[in-house]
Design a protein around this ligand. Structure first.
Ligand SMILES: [Zn+2]
Ligand SMILES: [Zn+2]
Length: 235
């Protein structure tokens, strides 16, 4: 007897939420996402198709296999995953579910997806993230990125959110913080506008960013100097 599931014909592709680690290729020319469960060893692109991780010759998702992309129905459920130790540095993704899907109570398993929104978690110091930095680990050919504030990112290899969006092909929105959620407020729209802005940043823009960061470092050094009482050589 063949297993059959009830068929749905939604007017538009379903949305879903998941967590993943943003990655950048070792040559810096491509970005993607490394999943947090099966299939995590092979990062996927912004628009990608699932392949059976067990090498079986069937299309994902198959009823008798657990391969395929996975997502949850609600942002709240995906947000809950970021509390776990292993996922503290992961980003929250909002995806469009494309192609064949199998619906479960809390989520879906499916054939194709488009990543629409990346919500980057806070810097490890607790401040809102402003850029991506190398997380210090990765997959073959891919470095995992994590969000950092300007202070913690100083002196490290950085990837701006706008640059990350540009490498995706430009249709990706990158939002600072998990909680740019339902009805995304003005802050989210502003950052998304920047992400979808001009593809190449000018030298003047980069110089302005560098001066801003230097000003923050100077301010921090001043504060440290006052706290330690060592005004002449704060660090
Ligand atoms: Zn399979
Ligand atoms: Zn920080």
């Amino acid at each position: 007897m063949r297993l059959r599931l009830p068929q749905e014909r939604p007017a538009e592709p379903p949305r879903g939420y998941k967590i993943a680690h943003p990655v950048r290729s070792h040559d810096g020319r491509r970005i993607g996402f490394a999943g947090v469960s099966i299939g995590g060893a092979a990062p996927y692109g912004v628009v990608d198709e699932a392949r059976c991780v067990y090498g079986r010759r069937h299309r994902s998702p198959a009823l008798r296999c657990d391969c395929g992309f996975h997502c949850l129905h609600t942002l709240t459920d995906a947000l809950a995953l970021t509390c776990a130790d292993a996922y503290r540095r992961a980003a929250l993704l909002e995806v469009t579910v494309l192609g064949v899907y199998i619906r479960f109570e809390r989520g879906m398993r499916y054939a194709r997806q488009r990543v629409r929104v990346v919500r980057v978690g806070p810097c490890c110091c607790g401040l809102p993230p402003e850029v991506f930095v190398d997380a210090g680990w990765g997959r073959t050919g891919w470095r995992v990125l994590t969000g950092a504030c300007a202070g913690c990112a100083a002196g490290r290899d950085m990837v701006g959110f706008a640059e990350f969006a540009r490498l995706s092909g430009g249709r990706l929105r990158v939002l600072p913080g998990y909680l740019h959620t339902e009805g995304e407020g003005e802050g989210g729209a502003e950052v998304a506008g920047r992400a979808a802005g001009p593809a190449v940043r000018t030298v003047a823009e980069m110089a302005a960013e560098a001066s801003l960061m230097q000003a923050r470092v100077d301010w921090l050094q001043g504060r440290l100097a006052r706290l330690t009482g060592d005004v002449t050589d704060p660090l």
